[in-house]
Design a protein around this ligand. Sequence first.
Ligand SMILES: Cc1ncc(COP(=O)(O)O)c(C=O)c1O
Length: 348
Amino acid sequence: MDEVRNVLTPVVDQLLKPFGQVAETELQSVTAIHERYPGIAKFRDQLGDTPLVEVPSTPGGATILAKCEWGNPAGSVKDRVAYALVCEAIRRHGDRPAEDLRLVEYSGGNLGLALSYLCAEAGIPLRLVVASFTSQSVLDTLQSRGTAVDIAPAEEGFLGTIRQAMRIADGDGGWQFLFQHVNAANLIMHQATTGTEIVKQLDGRKPHTWVAAIGTGGTLIGVLNMLRTVNPAVRAVGVTPAESPYGHGGAPAAPQGLCGTGGLGYGLKQPFVKAYENDVAAHQQVSYPEALEGAAEFFSLTGTRIGTSASANWLVARKIAAQLPPDEHVVTMFADAGNPEQWGAIGK
Ligand SMILES: Cc1ncc(COP(=O)(O)O)c(C=O)c1O
């Protein structure tokens, strides 16, 4: 997997550049993009401003507040990233004819669903590389939205999907690679929207700890950068599946795991997290069966369906909150409401 490793490593250095500079350019040309693509403007109107909700905690412990993201247009936090990546791609495309813009990315999960929704609305051709274990319900949805799907060989795992997308982009078909794991638009969007909304919703309350599951690490690090503006000492805790922890040296992510999260395998670390490694206080692991149980427990306590990454975050947040006094706040992310496979496994 040297091909992927060689691309991921140098990007870490670039990410250490100050955020503010990039954030300014991010904001400049959005108006022009919205004028040119009304479907993107409509998507942006419906995006974000999701609720920050108090969720069950350990009695006597800190309050847990969860940012609930299933109200976004395609149903998850990744809608924010899809918007940012597509706007960035349009910017990179520059003055070339709009009809030549074609996008390629890898994901069989929420980002794939978000991109397929957004690109269909915007009329931009999209090609997605997915892993061979992607569920039929996701494949059907992608197909119904006109997304071209490539299936990466099972034995190459998740890195194989990245490699195949890279190769498509390197070919002569003019496909622009979005590359969510290294594209700063991912981090900036979380800082500028998810993190900014949370700070506003905290309304003067100080976050003690920020708990977020790691896929690319965009959520964990982007929001952390914003939470620091209200509490420079806020602790960041990353959550990954026990089957595929952050930075693990084994084979790439197992097919079963917390949806949208997990280590890359082969000792590779997600560049966004690696770049800010000293700012992440701890990494916690939750197994898929534990996360399923957590989702079932959360459902019986609240009547609300949450996905497995959300339930993993909740379980970790609850453990942390139990150690803190009641006037502290643990903030976490509920990225989606789960999928039919998960709820089938739980039997709800
Ligand atoms: C359900 C879910 N949770 C968590 C994540 C991880 O988010 P990030 O890529 O920002 O680390 C994802 C990413 O796709 C996801 O789909």
